[in-house]
Design a binder for this molecule. Sequence first.
Ligand code: EPZ
Length: 424
Amino acid sequence: MSKALVITGGRPLSGSVEIPSAKNSVLPLLAASVLCTQPVRLTRVPRLSDVMRCTAILEAIGFSARREGTDILVEPAALRSANLPTGPVSSMRASVLFLAPVLARMGRVETCMPGGCRLGPRPIDIHLDGLVHMGATVKWKADRLILEAPRGLHGIDYTLRFPSVGATETLLLAAACARGATVLRGAACEPEIRDLAEFLKACGASITGAGGPVICISGRRELGGAVFSPLPDRIVAATVACAVASAGGQATLRRCDPFAFSPVLAALQQAGCEVELRGAEEVCVARTGQLKGIGRVFTGVYPGFPTDAAPLLAAALLCAASESSIEDTVFENRFSCSAGFAAMGAEVEAAGHVLEIRPAKRLHGAHVRAGDLRGGAALALAALAAEGETEIAEAEHILRGYEDPARLLRDLGAKTAQKNETVS
Ligand code: EPZ
């Protein structure tokens, strides 16, 4: 059963929202719990379909993983299988994060290639190259990837050819229980990396430097467990800020870290939004008049402008008085939402990594289709500024990263609904 998100635009937003815990921290933390010999409790975990995919993987290999209110409780058990289940793995990129911990615990792991948002080729060569340097062997049997390390993994001094978020997380997880010391150079610096390291340290790991480009890990024989609250979702925060920029009005974002998405706030300020910091965990964003274009924005690895927010900023700039363009230096196919923008009357052109945005007189409702998580969210933001009703089909893409997008926007005064579509 497919789902659709229906939005009637033309109304300014007004309200206050609490930012949920970060999907891109919760997913690696659930993978990390495979290394734990004691229970793990993650608090304030949003109800996301990708979280359910991770708990399905944990259950398939022998762990007990269940929701208790807003918490997820993971209880270790004797791992009964090293085969990751094809269903959740083939539909979620983050499933790659289970390779290292299962390999470390069982000496073997078998899986299909991870799926997920179609943002480009998304190889896993850096993940695999690092694990091979740590003592793993890699082979393919038909479409199954098999990694083995019968003598366990050992520490390395390793330089990543690109600061891949997932590969940094894979090698951090592999090093946490490897024999000896590991140094990761050229590591990703995203806040979610630091959060994963803090969780592993709470479980007994020895890690320094996470959040910076050089991370040092001393392997431990085993890890215990922890109660841990993941950090706020900087991309959901960026989504709400761009929603205000698109629809007009104002919103207060509570329990967020404004500095974790400061490039997004800076771009919105440059376009003409008002941004008011209210302490370390709260920011108010407002837009009254028409925005202006802001020239070319380049995405980049952290602390640069986040690639995930590229389509969100684009949605906010569709009705600006002058031109903008956004170049995504991270993924090859970030702007699948450009067709939906155009269907609403936007003047956009997607060419490779770049989206060109020229002033649109006005946007009107349309029937559009979500192609990936953040592209689908961007269509919802554009719909807030469109006169009339927009229906976004295949909204299940959006539910991967937003617990209830219709309610999130409704809490801010938007007119929204979610409906089930019979799959034609
Ligand atoms: C993580 O994906 C996030 N997902 C993505 O968020 C985010 O867009 C991305 O980091 C960049 O910030 C999660 O954390 C679950 P990468 P990941 O490895 O780890 C290339 C969302 O919307 N690469 O940093 O897959 C790759 O092709 C999602 O929440 C290799 O070439 O991103 C890409 O061009 C979308 N070889 C670039 O690096 C590798 O082995 C960045 O990928 C790995 C990556």
